[in-house]
Design a protein around this ligand. Structure first.
Ligand SMILES: [Zn+2]
Length: 407
């Protein structure tokens, strides 16, 4: 009997150890401790100063650009998050920039855009059909503002909380005919040598059976050979001190719960690495795109508490960007959305806010633009979604944008 207990003990210990042995590049954090609709938003740090940020000199061009995209973040998502945190008279971090605009988002073939066509517009300046990534309606492939910046020696980063190969980050470093081809998107993002790629989606970098790739390529090994730090945990993120970095914190999408790093932590680390590299290598600047990708999912699910939590997680990343920009003085921050999701409407009264939803899909509603820093004034007014990267290209004096890929 005693031997049996010892044997069981050994087997039990082996079972505990096994996942560690087997983990290498293939493992995941356990399911989130918290419910995705939890109301606990105690992580949120509201702006201490609830006023507008001061105006800056808008006549000088920015060195760095940080584009933050709240996926599905219509105007009423901002209102909802404000009411749930700082109150009816308060301001979120994203509401502090003194320059705002209004943006229309429709795609080439649909009044209601999807995230692929919207991101293609935001990345390449070209309006295309839903589902297409970095390709115009006539089949022409376009180079994103990120890749054109690379050609001009800028440092670059894509930071998201969904798979890194998802629709919004995809057209910034890939061209494919279908947003679902994440295996191809991941490969192009890596092969286009974005300096920082952070988010979920390890499965698209690994060959079968560990991952989804059928071409037997292990892009994690290839990235290591190419000099990338390939990291999987918050601890590794916070200790990271050099570029380039491939940070894949989940096999599929991130959970947005501990022990993962938060979008704000990924943003802060990336800004430190980018600015350090730009300064020490005398580069012209950097381009970074940050996506709060799960605001959209709360909209699709018509889940109000989830929408509030995802909005405030995104606003914490905006806080990092704005604090960096204020200190740096040469950084333009643009906060916007790709479309509205859910047809969210706010009614009720001060102590009983009534949020109602009108669709499980996207809507054609216009979305906000908040801009801070040198060049910000160019984003004021009513804007088309295709104008965003065109204005950035103008500010950086890149000639001929949009750029068709001819080779
Ligand atoms: Zn969506």
């Amino acid at each position: 009997m005693k031997e049996l207990k010892v044997l069981l003990g050994v087997v039990f210990c082996a079972l505990l150890v096994l996942p560690v042995w087997a983990k290498e590049d293939v493992w995941d954090y356990p399911a989130p401790e918290g419910d995705r609709n939890q109301r606990d938003v105690s992580f949120y740090e509201a702006p201490v100063d609830q006023g507008h940020l001061p105006h800056v000199d808008y006549t000088v061009p920015p060195r760095n650009v940080i584009l933050l995209i709240g996926d599905g973040m219509g105007f009423n998502f901002v209102t909802l998050a404000r009411l749930a945190s700082v109150g009816a008279d308060g301001r979120l971090h994203m509401e502090r920039p003194p320059v705002t605009g209004i943006m229309r988002t429709h795609s080439a073939n649909n009044l209601v855009t999807d995230s692929a066509a919207a991101a293609t517009a935001l990345a390449t300046g070209v309006r295309t059909d839903n589902r297409w990534i970095g390709i115009g309606p006539d089949g022409t492939h376009y180079k994103s503002i990120l890749r054109v910046a690379q050609d001009h020696d800028y440092r670059t980063a894509l930071v998201v909380d969904v798979t890194i190969s998802h629709a919004t980050p995809a057209p910034f470093a890939a061209n494919v005919e279908n947003r679902n081809w994440q295996i191809s998107i991941a490969q192009q993002q890596f092969e286009n040598r974005v300096d920082i790629l952070m988010g979920g989606g390890r499965q698209y970098f690994l060959p079968e059976p560990q991952g989804q790739r059928k071409d037997e390529r292990n892009l994690l090994d290839e990235a290591r050979e190419a000099g990338y730090s390939v990291i999987f945990s918050r601890e590794q993120l916070l200790a990271q001190d050099s570029l380039p970095v491939l940070g894949l914190f989940a096999h599929n999408h991130m959970t947005t719960f501990a022990p993962e790093p938060t979008l704000a932590e990924m943003t802060r680390t990336s800004l430190g690495l980018l600015s350090q590299s730009v300064a020490s290598e005398e580069r012209p600047g950097f381009f970074m795109m940050v996506e709060g990708g799960q605001i959209d999912w709360a909209g699709h699910a018509n889940e109000t508490d989830r929408a509030i939590r995802q909005m405030l997680l995104f606003d914490m990343a905006v806080k990092e960007a704005l604090e960096f920009a204020q200190e740096d003085g040469n950084t333009l921050v643009i906060v916007t959305a790709d479309h509205e999701t859910g047809g969210l409407m706010i009614r009720g009264n001060f102590d009983n806010v009534n949020a109602s939803w009108h669709t499980g899909g996207h809507s054609a509603a216009d979305v906000p633009i908040y801009a801070y820093g040198p060049g910000a004034l160019h984003f004021a007014g009513t804007r088309d979604i295709t104008e965003i990267p065109r204005i950035i290209a103008d500010l950086w004096e890149f000639e001929d944008f949009p750029v068709a890929i001819t080779e």
